[in-house]
Ligand binder design. Structure first.
Ligand code: GLN
Length: 449
């Protein structure tokens, strides 16, 4: 029996290759090699969510890193989950398209917003979280070598989802304002239409537009979306509209769905998430909405990947969507998030460091370039050899007691230097926790130069 050494410690840098992974003191030639697919999409690097996982940080560290809530979903939604668990049918397989009750509820909420009477049989697909839905679209549409344009910073999961399906990510940066000194609006992160156009090649098949945006918090304006739409039309591209934070848009800003722009329904798949909508990120219930020619092959893919999504929580998500309007739930939830955002951003105002005021989502980017830390600090191996922000976030988590996520992870290697200026703080936490975090964050003052 060969003894299998755990490989995790070799998976810690984003620059690892198979050769580096297999260069061990011991001859591994008798072991079955893993698929070369894992050498793409940074899949061998330890993911940022695992590195800054609460399990790796001091026990009393306040987690503003990975974006999940420290509060429960609304009672009227969890009660529906309980009811479903106590029934018979909802404990068994659902139709691969998703449970009809949930598809009807999605239709009810989204039809008015998409200005069309959605067809629950052909235009809505329930998936095992938004991630799996996006993965299935890639499986359904990407040929080997097809290119997918991602705006940087991008949600890290896009990369392996694209490359595992033979695609190639192509990056177009969102530009932060030059020389920001204090608070600046997420809307000041801009795309350059010329750069977007230049990124399109004969192999481009898709553009991912994430609005509201993780991690910037930007809500794309109608004009920006029109620019993207025009390019998608001109080059016959599919637009993947990742709108999982659609219920979290602040200050009365307009969330424009790119699928509603003239001609765009026909080439857009809109992605939604029960996790974000109902404070239930562990449910893994998401959905796709789009024209039949996108949904049908994607259904074929998802059926063979997961067969169907978990049934009881589809019932709960359905109960949630059925009642949001009469309860005014999304508005109330947004107001609560606005209060949470205010607690965190006030802490950053007091520090005097530049930060992005998000128009949507639940993330704030703090410019940490003036936060100094000793280079000989006892950093774990997992944060070495990565952007400066990896070390800064570790240092802040341990010394200040508040965790965050290094933003270079949301950039390709060539552009990591843009991202390493920022740490991402999530405010999907109760107000008391955020007050405590805000107080601790003042300790950063002593490290600012
Ligand atoms: N979407 C969440 C975030 O950005 C969590 C992502 C994840 O854990 N994979 O924080």
């Amino acid at each position: 029996m060969p003894s299998f050494r755990p490989l995790t410690r070799f998976f810690q840098s984003s620059r690892l290759t198979r050769a580096m992974v297999t260069q061990t003191p011991r001859d591994r030639s008798n072991l079955v090699p893993f698929s070369s697919r894992l050498e793409e999409g940074r899949a061998l690097a330890q993911d940022v969510w695992s590195i800054y996982n609460v399990a790796n940080l001091p026990a009393d560290c306040i987690n503003l890193g990975q974006g999940y809530m420290n509060f429960a979903p609304p009672k009227w939604v969890t009660e529906a989950a309980e009811q479903a668990l106590n029934s018979v049918t909802a404990n068994h397989y659902s139709h691969p398209k998703g449970r009809i009750r949930l598809r009807e509820a999605i239709k009810k909420v989204y039809s008015p917003q998409l200005h069309r009477d959605l067809n629950v049989e052909t235009e809505i697909l329930v998936t095992s979280g938004a991630n799996e839905g996006q993965y299935s679209v890639f499986t359904a549409f990407l040929e080997q070598g097809d290119e997918v344009i991602c705006f940087e910073p991008f949600f890290d999961q896009y990369l392996p989802s694209i490359t595992f399906n033979g695609g190639k990510p192509v990056y177009v940066p969102l530009h932060p304002p030059a020389h920001a000194t204090g608070k600046f609006s997420s809307n000041e992160w801009k795309i350059d239409p010329a750069e977007l156009r230049a990124a399109v090649t004969s192999r481009t098949k898709m553009i991912i537009v994430n609005t509201p945006h993780n991690p910037v918090g930007k809500v794309f304006t109608r004009e920006e979306l029109e620019t993207i739409a025009a390019i998608a039309e001109e080059f016959n591209l599919i637009v993947m509209a990742d709108e999982v934070y659609d219920c979290l848009v602040f200050d009365g800003k307009e969330h424009v769905r790119i699928a509603t722009l003239p001609g765009m329904w026909d080439r857009t798949v809109t992605v939604g998430s029960a996790g974000k909508s109902f404070a239930a990120t562990g449910w893994r219930v998401g959905w796709l909405i789009g024209p039949e020619y996108i949904i049908k092959p994607t259904l074929a893919a998802t059926t063979r990947i997961v067969f169907c999504s978990n049934s009881p929580l589809q019932e709960a998500a359905a109960a949630g969507l059925e009642q949001v309007q009469e309860r005014g739930f999304f508005q109330k939830q947004t107001d609560e998030y606005a209060e949470r955002r205010a607690v965190l951003t006030e802490a950053f105002d007091n520090l005097g460091l530049p930060y992005t005021m998000p128009d949507g989502s639940y993330f704030v980017l703090l410019d940490i370039s003036r936060v100094k830390f000793p280079e000989d600090y006892p950093f774990p191996e997992s944060v070495l050899g990565r952007g400066r922000d990896f070390r800064a976030c570790w240092f802040i988590a341990v010394e200040v007691g508040v965790s965050s996520i290094p933003v270079s992870e949301f950039y390709c290697e060539e552009h990591a230097n843009i991202g390493e200026v920022y740490a991402r703080f999530a405010f999907c936490k109760d107000v008391d926790t955020l007050h405590k975090a805000a107080e601790r964050l003042q300790k950063l003052k002593q490290y600012i130069v």
